[in-house]
Structure formats: C-alpha cells, structure tokens
Ligand binder design. Structure first.
Ligand code: ATP
Ligand code: MG
Ligand code: MG
Ligand code: MG
Length: 439
C-alpha cells in the first residue's frame, strides 16, 4: 500500500478524552473513530489489525476441530424467555421492538440461539461431540463504556459452544478450549494467564478467565509468579487426546492464579512471599462448563446408546477479539507509539523514501516494494512529499515491526537502512539483504 493513496488520519495531538495508552494510540494512529459512547468505526488501519486477530482465532479454532458458522446479531426475545435469562440479564441487554411489536434484542452472547439450532437438527448421541463457533458483533449496554475498544458497548467476540453426551466429554471440550486459547494468545505475542474465576450471568461451576497483566487492567488478580514462566510454545498437541489436553490444563492451573472474585487469602498466604503477586489484568477470554443449564429448560436432548433421551452437556467459550487490539497495545508500546507483534501487525514493514521525486531513490523504493510483495508480504510505502522527521514519527506511532529507510546518500554506497521498531537498532545493508531480513 502506498501511503499517499491510503486513508490514515493520524492525529498530532493527544486526544484529551483518552485515559489509557492503547486508546490514545488507537485514536492517534487513525485506527478507530468513536460514533457514540462505546461504539466505534474501524478505520482501515484498525480494521487490518482486527482482521489479523480474527484470522488467528479462526485458525486455532479450526485446528482444535471446532466448526465456524455465523449467527445474526438480532435475536428474538422468546428464546431468552425459554432459558429465563430475558428477565435476569438486566440493563446490559439492548432491547428492541420491531414494527410488528415483537420483542427483539441485540445479542450480548448466544447460548440460547445455538441451543435452538442444536435442538432443531441434532437428535442422536452419534452426532456428538460437536463444537460450533462464530465471530460476531455483540452489544452490551455497559454502564461505563471506556478505554476505547477495551470496554465498548458494541464489540467483536468469538463465542463457541460445545455439545457433549457426558460431563467427562464436556470437560474434555473445556480442556481443548484452554489449549487452543493458550496457542491463540501466544501467536499474538501475548501472555494470557488462565485464572480461576466466577461464572457471572453465563452460569455454571467450572470457569477460567484469561488475563493479560497490565497496570490499566480492570480486574484485580492474585497469582504465584511461577506461573509466568509457563509457555505453551510450539509443542504438538493431539486435540482428540483427553489425557494430553487435561495435562496442559493441569500444568497451566497448577499455580495459584485467581481474580478477586475467587481469591482466597488463606491459600494465597501459603505461597512463598517473594512469589506472591497482586496486580491488575485485562480479561481477554473466558471458558465455561455449565452442564445442562440451557439444554434442560430448552429441550436440547439426544438419544443415548440405551435409547434414553438425555439433555446434552454444554459449555461456552469466548475471546474478546476487539478488546484484544487494545490489550496488545497495552502490552507492547513505548513513548513513541505502538510496537506490533509480528503475528498481528497491520503491515509487515514500512518503507520510508527520504527524497520523494529523486529518480534513484524512487526506483529503489519501488524495487523493495515489489520484492516484498512478491514474497507475499504487505509493505506500507511512505511516498508522501513530507519531511523525514514527520515520516519517522508516523512510522514509530503506527508501530510496524520493520522500517526500511531509503535515501540518496545511502544508495550512493549501495545501502539502505533497516530499523527494528522493537529494539530501535538500525543496520545498513544492500536492497537485497534488506528484503531478506524482513521476509
Ligand atoms: P468483563 O468482565 O470485562 O465485563 P465479561 O466477563 O462480561 O467481560 P464474557 O461474557 O466473558 O465477558 O465475554 C467474553 C469476552 O468478551 C471477555 O473475556 C472480553 O474479552 C470480551 N468482552 C466482554 N465485554 C466486553 C466489552 N464491553 N467490550 C469489549 N470486549 C468485551
Ligand atoms: Mg461484562
Ligand atoms: Mg468478566
Ligand atoms: Mg468473562
């Protein structure tokens, strides 16, 4: 992409209403525009990051054997009357009446709708196990929308639902989700720690939240610092292997890690003092096992191998896709701007032309652009007629992992400069070597 033809409305000043760094940088880097409290347009740069995060989520869900689909944002109230949640959910639910005076709502989550789909089409244990998921906009009329996309009212969420014959199988689905989430967050350059949590309005007994440690996080967390040494890394996992998935759960939940809702001071005080941590975290996902809480009242039954009709065991599993954009920035930035992890960066590298209009410099930039594109990468080429300082400031703010700087003086010696956004280190090298460094 050539910057002169792109839409990147960068702000020079710090927006007054943005209290935390991710919100400030998302506004300044032209990623989002607020349209109403907690409701945002995703401008082209923000949209790119959102889509890259979504793509990682899809890849890891599909790898775990989960099946993508799409449910609507608007739902009939009657489904929620069946589960009893229409009255329970309270003011966070946005309620709408259509022209025929039918009660509708903008879905805050989809347990009822997926259960309705299941009961319409599945009747035998032979069709289990089954896990369906979608990535779709949700609406929750949060009392205090704030921190930009971190606590929006309209937000983008992956939500998945497992259907199993037995509790044991449903707990395997739970463990499988835990593993797939560990992989998902690590690919985004994040450490998200599974913590024992409270189930809230979803209901159920078993639940873990995934938290990214950050001073600006809204949750208070208590943990044993030894847990931060755990990495899933690139180990192989067979998602059908119950023992292997349970082993990962046991490993990643073997250390004390809880949110304030489930914190137990007596247990916490048994951890050696130098390892006890009280900190803040951003909730980027949550997994639940809730058994027959929805299948029973809504009649989602299957016939088992003895010919009996039994309610299915279910769980639900969410990832805050749009919140992750902010969470990644909270975890990865400096005083100049964002530092995108390679896994989610909107463009792979920036090309800065120091003398736009100079034939040799323009040609070298075009050559680098073409070579990177041919390797399947997406560069952002700053071909505007601007001062070098302004171009560097923009590149630092938008945080692409690499910058290639091309100017007449370097070219005379056959060199361009490659700079790492994360370390700030620059190195001179030939055009070919620069392309190889990034690809
Ligand atoms: P929170 O405690 O932050 O209100 P939640 O526990 O109500 O979140 P869940 O029902 O667990 O949310 O939804 C799954 C995920 O969706 C959360 O882990 C979070 O990452 C994301 N999410 C929830 N509410 C919002 C919101 N208002 N804005 C952006 N993302 C959200
Ligand atoms: Mg909430
Ligand atoms: Mg929560
Ligand atoms: Mg939650």
């Amino acid at each position: 992409m050539r910057l002169s033809r792109y839409f990147l409305p960068v702000l020079k000043e710090n927006p007054a209403d943005a209290q935390i760094v991710s919100h400030r940088y998302m506004l300044r880097a032209g990623m989002i525009k607020q349209q109403a409290a907690g409701i945002y347009s995703w401008l082209p740069m923000g949209f790119r990051v959102l889509k890259r995060i979504e793509e990682i989520v899809h890849q890891e869900q599909i790898r775990a054997g989960h099946i993508p689909m799409l449910m609507p944002t608007l739902q009939p109230a009657d489904l929620w009357r069946e589960s009893g949640r229409y009255d329970d959910y309270g003011e966070e639910m946005l309620r709408i009446t259509d022209r025929h005076k039918r009660d509708m709502l903008y879905g805050p989550t989809n347990e009822e709708m997926i259960t309705d789909i299941f009961r319409a089409h599945v009747g035998s244990y032979k069709d289990l196990p089954l896990t369906l998921y979608h990535v779709q906009w949700k609406f929750r009329d949060e009392i205090r929308p704030r921190f930009g996309v971190m606590r929006g009212r309209e937000f983008y969420m992956k939500d998945g639902y497992n259907f199993d014959l037995t509790k044991e199988d449903a707990l395997h689905a739970y463990n499988r989700h835990l593993v797939s989430y560990l992989r998902t967050y690590e690919r985004m350059g994040l450490q998200a720690i599974p913590m024992r949590a409270d189930s809230g309005p979803i209901g159920g007994d078993d639940t873990h939240e995934f938290l990214v440690l950050a001073a600006t996080g809204e949750s208070e967390v208590f943990y044993d610092s030894a847990i931060t040494d755990l990495k899933f890394g690139d180990r192989e996992i067979d998602y059908d292997d119950h023992a292997a998935c349970r082993g990962v759960l046991e490993e990643f939940t073997s250390r004390y890690a809880r949110t304030d809702e489930t914190h137990d001071e007596a247990v916490f005080s048994q951890i050696p003092e130098e390892r006890r941590r009280v900190a803040r975290g951003i909730e980027v996902g949550q997994i639940f096992y809730f058994g027959t809480k929805y299948s029973e009242p809504m009649g989602a039954m299957v016939v088992n191998d003895k010919g009996e009709r039994v309610p299915v065991h279910m769980g639900s599993h969410g990832i805050g896709v749009s919140r992750l954009v902010g969470a990644i920035i909270e975890a990865s930035h400096d005083e100049k701007g964002i530092i995108w992890p390679e896994g989610v960066t909107p463009f792979h590298c920036g090309i800065v032309n120091l003398k736009q209009g100079d034939a040799a410099t323009d040609a070298a930039c075009a050559e680098i652009y073409g070579a990177l594109t041919a390797k399947g990468l997406e560069p952002l080429y700053d071909d505007r007629d601007e001062r070098a300082g302004a171009k560097f400031a923009t590149m630092d703010l938008i945080g692409l992992p690499w910058r290639i700087t091309v100017g007449p003086r370097g070219l005379a010696a056959g060199k361009v400069e490659v700079t790492s956004r994360r370390t700030g280190e620059s190195e001179e090298m030939s055009v070919l070597a620069a392309v190889d460094r990034i690809a």
